[in-house]
Design a protein around this ligand. Structure first.
Ligand code: ALG
Ligand code: ZN
Ligand code: ZN
Length: 323
């Protein structure tokens, strides 16, 4: 068994295994069949898995998300015609494997994730984390903050994730953005949630959320005003600030992404989400995550295909920018 033949671009970057030379269904899965970090030794952008779901409040399983997304990402191709970019030629993109996270202690796992993100980011590499549950956004933001200060968080999700505690636990998948706001990690003039919908605990959730520094573009608003109007409003708020993109796959309707822990009816289509993500190509993205893919509730890789394409679009938007 030989190792796959990677594409060598004129830019010097090493791309994915060549699907015309080694079948895309063969070999150990890396994201988009990219080389592993250790095969290249440096990276502009690193995809890393965070197999952690001890922060979920309902259905578990997202710990298996990274492996599932990698499997479904085998079919991604190296040229994105809509964005007119070959992301893996423009930037050296690698799969950095999974972060070793403690499944029995959320506090330790959060420390593990922050430390691993710090190490990956040390040489200027930008990290795209594949979850895992949404708890991981907190340590990712803590890491990014050390370089960039408070960033514009653009958070695609059905849920606010600015709740306070569950059973007294401060770090869960429903609370990362409240903690991040309290710690001064977010730019309170420029952060927003996109795709919010579904029942809340009460009106105070919205009052708290606003006080914590978030604006909301709801799924309802996207439906009534249209995707383009939502994109324009989003970018008016972000301006030219550094952006951290956090994408909970449950922002999609359960018809597009059934494999997730806390599904809510009436969500966006994957087409709408991809269109919104493409608008970030002119934005300085300093880090990103794609979270909450839970394979036990998935069917026919629907959610993993959506997750892998979402991560690919984020990489495309990042690839022409320098950190
Ligand atoms: N981050 C996600 N996916 N869900 C948060 C739901 C929190 C709740 O149980 O109300
Ligand atoms: Zn959610
Ligand atoms: Zn979430």
């Amino acid at each position: 068994m030989s190792s796959p033949e990677y594409v060598q671009f004129e830019s010097g970057n090493i791309g994915p295994a060549d699907a015309s030379k080694s079948p895309r269904f063969a070999g150990i899965a890396t994201f988009a069949r990219l080389p592993r970090y250790e095969d290249v030794g440096h990276a502009d952008i690193a995809v890393t898995g965070v197999p952690f779901d001890s922060g979920v409040s309902y259905r578990p399983g997202a710990r298996f998300g990274p492996a599932h997304v990698r499997e479904a990402s085998r079919l991604l191709r190296p040229y994105n015609p809509e964005a007119d970019i070959s992301p893996f030629a423009e930037a050296q993109v690698v799969d950095a494997g999974d972060i070793s996270v403690n499944p029995f202690s959320i506090a330790e796992a959060v420390t593990d994730i922050e430390r691993a993100a710090d190490e990956l980011r040390a040489g200027g590499t930008r990290v795209v984390a594949i979850g895992g549950d949404h708890t991981l956004a907190l340590p990712m933001l803590r890491s990014v903050n050390k370089t960039h200060g408070p960033v514009a968080v653009v958070h695609f999700d059905a849920h606010l994730d600015t709740w306070d505690t569950y059973f007294g636990a401060p770090m869960t998948h429903g609370t990362p953005f409240r903690r991040a706001s309290e710690e001064g990690l977010i730019d309170m003039e420029a952060s927003l949630h996109v795709g919010i919908r579904g029942p809340l605990y009460g009106k105070d959730d919205l009052r708290d959320d606003e006080r914590l520094g978030f604006a909301i573009i709801s799924t309802h608003e996207i439906e009534v005003e249209g995707v383009q109007a939502a994109v324009e409003r989003m970018h008016r708020r972000i301006g030219d600030r550094p952006v951290y993109l956090s994408i909970d796959i449950d922002v999609l309707d359960p018809a597009h992404a059934p494999g997730t822990g806390t599904p809510e009816a009436g969500g966006m289509t994957s087409r709408e989400l991809i269109r919104m993500l493409r608008s970030f190509s002119s934005t300085r993205i300093v880090g990103a995550d794609v979270v909450e893919v839970s394979p036990p509730y998935d069917h026919a890789q629907l959610t993993a295909v959506a997750g892998s394409h979402v991560a690919y679009e984020v990489i495309c938007a990042m690839a022409t920018q320098r950190s």
